[in-house]
Design a protein around this ligand. Structure first.
Ligand code: ANZ
Ligand code: ZN
Length: 820
């Protein structure tokens, strides 16, 4: 056989074989255990980047390994094909977004194939196909009927020059990306999904997801942000309007309230503004700035007195009401009871505007809280609190809540930081929202028989705003209910909608009568999901939400979509993230062309464990290439020199050298199996295989049995390398005389007999310094081992003339002789 390694030839030959034999197609088989392995699908931007290659290589290795373990493996791929970049590219190059998208898909599909990924291409989906999004529209209508969908006014970024709504990423320094005009905030009606109905379950399930990294679960917990508190009201002084409701998690500080703060959008502000033009200016300025929750703590606190007062429910004291920029309208009731002594934001605000502060919690019953620099946030005991004095903060939380509940002033309440999911986008390149607005009937969902609402393709945008709004042939419809002239919704879905259920559709992509069928029951849930940490919150939370909704519609049985989650680390170059703007990207295509896909795959899996960041290294790539070249040469030389032998050891007695190589072979199988199955430390698996390769290379053949033993090691290596470097393994496996393809071969089994040792290696130290290595029978006694150590000439030299004070023996590993 050929002695030189020719990756291009090997890879194209192997890929042709896979294609012809339809090797990656998978069928449901109830007799076989299933394994669903999924890497997050890509956005078809045009070219694969190294991050993609890492993502799909990890998934491919797991899928191939599980297949060799006898599992029925589903390993699909598709395209997250809607989204803004297609519209931007369309504007720039004057091509329809659909054309741009599908030609990118065609190119990237070839790139994926050239990397040898074992995707079942029969199941490929593109979310911009009407055959895909029709079921999303169907589900949305089902959710609408169930009360999980509603319409509400919500703020968008409005570009006054381009007369269009901008996505957040199109707003640069507060200005429109194309027009440069100052972006305004406008409130327009938009569709929302009631994810908050599932907040509690989404939170609770996190406790029962051992296959997810703790870090991701924590991020999701924080995002859901459950808090337990009290909601209660303050009567207003001299005003007979509604009382002012606040939400607090620290009702124990009730007696320390010195003012109230309300959000600039709070309805009560409108009352105050009427008499106060200066206040009006302030409030309007605040309303033009969107404050993200993360900024609240560091935000420069601003506020104005409203001139209104409220009455403290217990002391009946008059408290001023302020408008403050650090209070969010969207959380709790949009109003807070301010306690400068015990809340840091209130502390800073009170300091700035010289509002009074009253301490009511002290660390113990003698010490005053230190308020010189910061609020006192800790636990302790109440004081200055009348009948509640001396209660611990813990007890006070219950006692005061009960007090307010008994007087019907307030009630305990659970709040979530999680907001409902706004899914409307004023964009063209997305799935149309299947709704119709009729002047007489109001909102009417598109009837099921009229689905899908197909997005018109083949059109090229001429300006920044959505083409749909300029297409009467799209939006002029008759009301499905009364037949009158009505208007179709021109907003499209947030693209997170498509990625929230695609993993279920891979099970039955050709089903055109319903969303899912019994094949979905067979494959769901995903056993192993792989993707970037940047999706830790939104994508994964939305998919979990959809899964539970779909379960409640009776379409799947499991409670969660992804049993195990692996979040892959970033690919870095010279210590920083690869990016076009930094000019430090690596093009996978060039690497494949010069080294072959197997080298790229091997380097990526060897350079770092999957969850850590991977530092790109050209010498590392070279090293991977050299290893494959050498491995090929060793295998071909072995076959050319020795021919093929049958691997049988039944009636031969092995010598020590032979036993050693067999032991190493089977120890390596054991280690690699564990690394690939349980630990996902592919790098250490590869290191172990490289060590075994070195041992085989150094092994001299002296008789027929040596040949067999060497071949056993080679064949085990070919099988174990197959998930990582499937092309070279495919060809070598055939060369070792096997009829079946390596991807269908059975993973090597461990021969327990080969692992047994009849010798141990003992390290002998004198005063902690290594002096000798002893090879002794495994059943040697402690005394005999110590005697053998003392008899060793190197030991004698260091012990001579000295007194032996102590001999310390550590298992069958080490003997330390202490002399003085
Ligand atoms: C009084 C108080 C005293 C508070 C104290 C804290 C410490 P979590 O735990 O995140 O739910 N808050 C309530 N609604 C708010 C809003 N719309 N915008 C900004 N802040 C708001 O936070 C609840 C706490 O955040 C509440 O408890 C309230 O301040 C504030 F020593 O009430 B606290
Ligand atoms: Zn109607």
């Amino acid at each position: 056989m050929e002695e030189q390694y020719h990756p291009q030839q090997i890879e194209s030959q192997t890929q042709t074989y896979w294609e012809k034999s339809h090797s990656f197609a998978v069928k449901e088989d109830p007799k076989k255990p299933k394994f669903y392995c999924l890497s997050m699908f890509p956005y078809p931007s045009g070219y694969l980047h190294v991050g993609h290659v890492r993502n799909y290589t990890i998934g491919d290795v797991i899928a191939r390994f599980q297949r060799m373990q006898g599992m029925n493996v589903l390993h699909p791929i598709g395209w997250d094909a809607f989204g803004l970049p297609a519209e931007n590219a369309a504007l720039k190059h004057q091509v329809p977004p659909s054309e741009w998208t599908y030609s990118n898909i065609a190119h990237m599909r070839n790139q994926l194939k050239s990397l040898g990924f074992c995707f079942d291409w029969d199941r490929e989906i593109a979310t911009c196909d009407a055959s895909y999004y029709r079921w999303e529209q169907w589900l949305f209508i089902k959710m609408y009927e169930k009360g999980l969908v509603y319409k509400k006014d919500s703020v968008v970024n409005w570009d006054p020059v381009d007369q269009t709504v901008l996505a957040n990423e199109q707003v640069i320094d507060g200005k429109g990306w194309r027009s440069g005009a100052k972006v305004e905030r406008r409130s327009i009606p938009q569709w929302f999904l009631k994810i908050t109905d599932y907040a509690e379950e989404l939170l609770q399930s996190l406790d029962h997801m051992p296959g997810w990294p703790e870090q991701v679960r924590t991020m999701q917990r924080n995002w859901i942000g459950r808090s337990e508190g009290v909601s209660f009201s303050f009567k207003l002084d001299h005003l007979n309007g509604d009382p002012l409701t606040v939400y607090t998690t620290r009702i124990d500080t009730l007696m320390g309230v010195t003012y109230l703060a309300i959000a600039p959008q709070h309805p009560l502000v409108n009352v105050a503004v009427e008499q106060n033009p200066e206040l009006k200016t302030f409030v309007e300025a605040c309303r033009n700035i969107k404050v993200a929750e993360a900024e609240l703590a560091t935000l420069e606190k601003e506020g104005r007195a409203t001139g209104l007062y409220a009455i403290h429910p217990i002391t009946q004291e008059k408290l001023p009401i302020w408008v403050a920029n650090y209070v969010l309208m969207e959380y709790g009731s949009g109003a807070v009871m301010a306690v400068p002594a015990h809340d840091q934001r209130d502390y800073e605000f009170a300091k700035k505007y010289q509002l009074p502060s009253k301490a009511v919690i002290r660390p113990d019953k003698e010490t005053q809280p230190d308020l010189s620099e910061n609020a006192y946030l800790g636990d302790g005991y109440l004081f200055n609190s009348g009948e509640f004095d001396n209660l611990s903060t813990r007890d006070a939380l219950t006692k005061i809540a009960e007090y307010l509940e008994n007087k019907s002033i307030g009630q305990r309440q659970v709040n979530y930081r999680l907001r409902d999911w706004g899914v409307s986008r004023q964009r063209y390149w997305g799935a149309p929202i299947p709704m119709i607005q009729c002047p007489s009937c109001g909102t009417v969902p598109v009837p099921e028989k009229d689905l899908p609402v197909v997005l018109p393709t083949g059109v090229t945008p001429s300006g920044a705003s959505s083409i749909l709004m300029q297409m009467p042939e799209f939006y002029e419809v008759n009301c499905p209910s009364c037949g009158q002239k009505a208007r179709r919704e021109t907003d499209t879905f947030d693209t997170f909608m498509e990625s929230s259920w695609y993993y279920l559709r891979y099970a039955c992509p050709d089903q055109n009568q319903k969303m899912f069928d019994e094949r979905t029951q067979y494959w769901a849930p995903v056993d192993q999901y792989i993707g970037g940490i940047e999706h830790a919150i939104l994508h994964l939370l939305y998919a979990r939400f959809f899964h539970k909704v779909i379960r409640d519609f009776g379409l799947v049985k499991s409670d969660e979509p992804f049993t195990n989650l692996l979040t892959q680390g970033m690919v870095l170059k010279d210590g920083s993230k690869m990016s076009k703007s930094k000019g430090n990207t690596v093009d996978p295509q060039t690497l494949i062309e010069s080294y072959g896909a197997d080298t790229v795959r091997l380097f990526i899996m060897f350079a770092a464990p999957p969850e850590q960041s991977l530092e790109w290294s050209d010498t590392g790539v070279e090293g991977a290439f050299r290893f494959l070249k050498r491995f090929w040469r060793l295998c071909s030389a072995h076959i050319n020199e020795n021919g093929l032998l049958s691997l049988s050891f039944a009636d031969v007695t092995l010598n020590e050298k032979q036993k050693d190589l067999r032991r190493l072979t089977h120890e390596t199988i054991s280690k690699v199996t564990d690394d690939l199955k349980r630990r996902y430390t592919f790098n250490t698996a590869i290191a172990a295989m490289m060590e075994l390769t070195n041992a085989v290379a150094a092994y001299n053949i002296e008789n027929e049995t040596d040949k067999v033993i060497k071949q056993e090691a080679f064949e085990a290596l070919v099988l174990m390398l197959a998930p990582m470097v499937p092309h070279i393994s495919h060809v070598l496996w055939k060369a070792f005389g096997h009829d079946e393809a390596v991807l269908d071969a059975v993973w090597p089994t461990i021969d327990e007999n080969a692992l047994k040792r009849d010798q141990i290696t003992l390290v002998v130290q004198v005063n902690g310094k290594m002096r000798a290595n002893l090879s002794l029978p495994i059943d040697v006694t402690k005394e005999a081992a110590e005697q053998a150590a003392l008899n060793h000439e190197a030991v004698i030299r260091h012990v001579e003339g000295k007194t032996i004070r102590k001999i310390i023996t550590v298992g069958q590993k080490l003997i330390n002789i202490v002399v003085g």
